[in-house]
Design a binder for this molecule. Structure first.
Ligand SMILES: [Fe+2]
Length: 394
């Protein structure tokens, strides 16, 4: 007799305990499912060892959401000698089901980051083709070396894979030519600047209207009641500095003068307090404190970053919600293989795959779904839903 029990905390939120009783078994694989089968387009969310007494326990932390299609939790339990398995499922109690319909007036964005194009454009085309939304954000390190030829190749990938889409970009440190390649006297951001201009010109031709910080490559774009902002957080020499302009003053002025249901900020590196590595070392951004202070003074900011390559499948997760200010922080992993260091025990093969992120934003709800670019499987550990009307996540 095997048994599965859940002890959840908030409606729609996966946080809580999942306990398996399965004497004679050694491993349970947990997945979301319906009353008939596990959901086939969602991968497992835990591999739970079962002790000799037959007990296994998984504590799900990190404020992940329960998919809307899920009505049950499924466990596939493997016998101690792996000679057979048994499936067991349990209802998700009705009050914990995710019943939020993201309303028709929502906006959708796809996010890719850290593609590091060196010489394999097929990988970039594959990632671009995997995006589901009409607007694609590139959060930097689109190229590995910042070379003009790599940016030309990247533009060809866009034209080939998603010619009809609006692609909006911010620079990463790898988008700047390393000084040893070009000589210190040469501005290593020339290649990126051309790429940036071509993308924004194309978006302008498609009817988008931008405003700019005159002293940097920062831009802003309004789409209905959403305010999109792209920051330039790196300069020549691959330094995480903002250009010698007043970009941060521009950001503050822009936030204070632009009413919006959400401000979505694109910045290559995360703020220190929201770095998914959870390290307490030096911040990436040289104006980290000032930017955090600004973000903390405004509400309804979605701060999107990359750079870390951290897999959404590490237990601590890549998404955070500041309930008090209704601000969301999301580090979007990488298109190149993600980093799962720090994660212990068994894990799915695709947990290290490159990821894409789909972001659905409506006035009072934000849904984030990260999935493997290679397999297309959705990652339960990369799924978040933040509902403002209930005052919190889940
Ligand atoms: Fe980077």
């Amino acid at each position: 007799m095997i048994k599965l029990q859940t002890s959840l905390i908030w409606p729609g939120c996966a946080q809580g305990k999942y306990s398996v009783k399965a004497k004679g078994f050694i491993l349970a694989i947990l997945r979301w499912g319906n009353e008939n089968v596990p959901l086939t387009d969602w991968g497992p969310f835990a591999y739970v060892p079962i002790d000799p007494a037959g007990n296994g326990l998984f504590s799900f932390s990190g404020m992940r959401g329960i998919p809307r299609e899920a009505t049950q939790v499924w466990a596939r339990c493997y016998a101690a000698d792996f000679s057979f398995y048994k499936d067991v499922s349990v209802d998700i109690p009705e009050k914990f089901l995710n019943t939020t319909e993201i309303i028709a007036a929502s906006h959708r964005f796809s996010v890719l980051t850290d593609m590091h194009l060196a010489s394999k454009p097929w990988k970039i085309k594959h990632a671009l083709k995997a995006t589901e939304s009409d607007i694609v954000f590139l959060l930097g390190d689109s190229t590995n070396d910042g070379l003009t030829g790599q940016f030309a190749q990247f533009l060809e990938c866009i034209e080939d894979a998603v010619p009809e889409k609006t692609v909006l970009s911010v620079p990463g440190n790898h988008d700047i030519t390393h000084p040893r390649f070009m000589g210190k006297e040469i501005d290593g951001i020339v290649g990126y600047s051309v790429f940036h201009r071509i993308l924004l010109e194309k978006a302008t031709q498609m009817g988008r209207v931008f405003s700019y910080d005159p002293g940097s490559l920062a831009w802003a774009l309004q789409i209905d009641d959403l305010d999109l902002i792209g920051l330039q957080c790196v300069v020549s020499g691959r330094k995480f500095q903002f250009p010698e302009s007043n970009q941060i003053d521009w950001l503050e002025q822009h936030l204070s003068s632009t009413p919006a249901s959400w401000h979505i900020i694109l910045c290559h590196a995360p703020l220190l307090a929201h770095n998914p590595n959870r390290n307490i070392g030096a911040p990436y951004l040289d104006k980290n404190k000032r930017i955090q202070d600004i973000v903390d003074r405004y509400e309804r900011i979605i701060f999107l970053s990359g750079h870390t390559h951290v897999s959404p499948n590490v237990m601590s997760g890549n998404g955070e919600y500041d309930k008090e200010r209704q601000n969301i922080y999301l580090d979007c992993g990488s298109v190149v293989a993600t980093d799962t260091s720090g994660e212990h025990g068994l894990m799915s093969r695709d947990w290290k795959d490159g990821v894409k992120t789909e972001l659905i934003v409506s006035k009072d709800a934000v849904e984030i779904c990260m999935s493997s670019i290679d397999s297309g499987m959705k990652f339960p550990r990369g799924y978040y839903r933040f509902i403002l009307s209930t005052g919190g996540a889940g």
